[in-house]
Design a protein around this ligand. Structure first.
Ligand SMILES: *Cc1c(COP(=O)(O)O)cnc(C)c1O
Length: 381
């Protein structure tokens, strides 16, 4: 198959996914327009209830995006200027951004080389008397070691704010057999409904989850201008809402979420098989206690010129992305006298060698075969 006959390949194909649920989605959007309950309409409440049920969590509080979710969660926990918050160096910037924005001190730690998850021993070493919270990121779709992190948090009396923007629907299994959904294990979980996320709407959206009644009330208040009763403001808040149209779309897509995760796992299995035992390609390693919902399928290259591979793939109609090219501690905005090049060797190495292949719910075998063929063609040179 040459490029002219090759299917148009995308990192994420939201159009084909939409076409399969078009009637339902169009009807739901039209109905919101007819009702004009654009803000805080019944769709938002119903989505909240349905997501609570899906996650088996007491409270879901929708908000405007995943970054807001992290920010509001930290505001609701009354973290104060100078408090230290530990998070991974290898993550999307939003995680560290909100910590810094609130005047808290981001404390970065390295990740595990095989699974990309935050290194628990490194967290423990980073704890000081000023540490107030840990923000594990369930990167690329599988859970960080929440059992070990919760034990550490308990021992040192710390909050755990789960960044589950990439792992909605993933399950974590504890050693006693208990199974919990990503984001429902710590003090509070934060997620994003950005279109390309596993549960994506058609604009921006996010949510926080918690089993703590008081914290839920506080989060709800902060997301709504610090307002408890209308026009009574008990604390400084923000304005962060999920639109009714987005909620209506999310209600439909939530019903398909498990089936979407299964489709992503099928793609991952295809890639795993195709690159198994390849001398220059390492496929993603699964952690023991979490299933994977494959927000991203990320390879590690060894002895392959990544830029040349990416350019070659691009010429052949195969997109590929680098998540993430620069460690947080090397980003201009986060340069800090505490950190220097070489401090987080795993993250630095990963930033230099990772590449993510197209991963979405609509990838067919002939497309996968084309993608894999092109990667193998280049890497066997
Ligand atoms: C997408 C993402 C966010 C932020 O979500 P937005 O809805 O884009 O604000 C935060 N953390 C991680 C790990 C993400 O992938």
């Amino acid at each position: 198959m040459d490029q002219k006959t090759a299917p148009k390949i995308q990192m994420v194909d939201l159009k084909t996914q939409y076409e399969k649920i078009k009637t339902e989605v169009d009807t739901a959007i039209q109905s919101v327009i007819e009702n004009t309950a654009f803000i805080n309409g019944p769709e938002v409440k119903n989505f909240q209830l349905e997501l609570e049920k899906y996650l088996s969590v007491k409270h879901v509080i929708p908000c405007a995006n995943g970054t807001d979710a992290l920010q509001i969660a930290m505001m609701a926990l009354d973290l104060k200027q100078g408090d230290e918050v530990i998070t991974a160096d290898f993550t999307y910037v939003a995680t560290a951004e909100v910590i810094a924005l609130l005047g808290l001190t981001p404390v970065l730690v390295d990740v595990y080389p095989d699974t990309f998850d935050i290194n628990v021993e490194a967290i423990e070493k980073a704890i000081t008397p000023k540490t107030k919270a840990i923000v594990p990121v369930h990167l690329f779709g599988q859970c960080a070691n929440m059992e070990a992190i919760m034990a550490l948090a308990k021992k040192h009396n710390l909050y755990v704010i789960e960044d589950t923007a990439q792992a909605i629907g993933a399950d974590f299994t504890f050693s006693n057999g208990d199974i919990k959904k990503a984001g429902t294990i710590g003090t509070v979980g934060c997620t994003s409904f950005f279109p390309s996320k596993n549960l994506g709407c058609y604009g921006d959206g996010g949510a926080m989850y918690t089993n703590d009644d008081d914290l839920a009330a506080k989060i709800r208040m902060i997301a709504n201008h610090g307002q408890s009763v209308q026009y009574v403001h008990d604390s400084i808040g923000v304005n962060s809402r999920l639109d009714s149209i987005q909620a209506a779309i999310l209600r439909i897509k939530l019903r398909h979420l498990d089936e979407y995760a299964a489709a992503r796992n099928k793609v991952a299995a295809y890639y795993d098989n195709a690159f198994a035992n390849h001398a220059k390609i390492k496929t993603p390693v699964r952690v023991k206690n979490s299933n994977h919902v494959f927000h991203q399928y990320t390879l590690q290259l060894n002895g392959v010129d990544r830029s040349l591979l990416r350019a070659y793939l691009s010429d052949e109609g195969v997109p590929a992305m680098i998540y993430y090219p620069i460690p947080l501690h090397m980003q201009k905005a986060y340069i800090d006298a505490r950190y220097k090049s070489g401090d987080f060797p795993v993250t630095e190495q990963l930033c230099a060698c990772v590449i993510s292949l197209p991963m979405h719910t609509e990838l067919e075998e002939k497309t996968l075969s084309y993608i894999v063929g092109k990667v193998l063609e280049f890497t066997s040179k």
